[in-house]
Design a protein around this ligand. Structure first.
Ligand code: 5GP
Length: 198
């Protein structure tokens, strides 16, 4: 999906330091998705997720803090269901009664654990998992594991940007789980910028 009046691919030589390919295979989209949020645009992403999953009853959107939350909320509005976001740390206002799963943070390059309270994920739930990026698949795998622990049904995943040259998409699809991406990157480098899949 292309943003209005915004036809230029991000590149390492872009003037804006908020949208570019950074070392470590990281695309920065801080000007509309990861820091500042372009709400009308993200609303359109939610409408698109609704369009592709409209025939599947969805009772809950599951995402991970922090960047997934805005996208998940505007998607949940389309499905008229709640958003549950997995936390990366236990906080004092959480009970100990949690489902947990290991995760390896792509951007921080370190292992961690995500948790959700058991009371918010039930065997009756039909879950759409939403995230901003799909790279190696650790975030989606961890969210799927939370659903499996809860015996909730994973209807599918929706990601805004899939880096298709990385293994995550195949890994999740090979698990038999539907993954829909709104933009797919075929190749990306600091020198040459971004090439999208057809
Ligand atoms: P994965 O777990 O699939 O390896 O990576 C997905 C997670 O890492 C997403 O939740 C996202 O926050 C982060 N991530 C992965 N690749 C990128 C990227 O190129 N740019 C940004 N901004 N985040 C990324």
């Amino acid at each position: 999906m292309e943003r209005g009046g915004d036809r230029h691919a991000a590149s390492g030589t872009a003037d804006s330091c908020n949208r570019k390919v950074c070392p470590g295979d990281v695309l920065k989209v801080n000007d509309f998705l990861n820091h500042q949020i372009d709400v009308p645009f993200v609303k359109r992403l939610g409408e698109e997720f609704r369009r592709v999953y409209k025939d599947n009853y969805i009772s809950k959107i599951l995402t991970i803090e922090a960047s997934g939350i805005g996208i998940a909320c505007l998607t949940a509005e389309q499905f008229n269901c709640p958003v549950l976001f997995a936390k990366k740390a236990m906080t004092t206002n959480m009970s100990d009664d949690v489902f947990s799963a290991p995760i390896y943070s792509y951007t921080h390059q370190q292992p961690g654990t995500i948790v959700v309270n058991r009371e918010f994920l039930k065997p009756t739930d039909r879950v759409l998992i939403i995230d901003d990026f799909l790279a190696n698949g650790s975030a989606l795998s961890a969210l799927i594991q939370l659903c499996h622990e809860a015996k909730a049904e994973v209807v599918g995943c929706g990601v805004v940007i899939e880096k298709a040259y990385q293994p995550g998409g195949k890994k999740i699809r090979d698990m038999g789980i539907r993954v829909e991406s709104l933009a797919r990157i075929k190749a990306m480098s600091v020198e040459n910028g971004i090439e999208f899949c057809d």
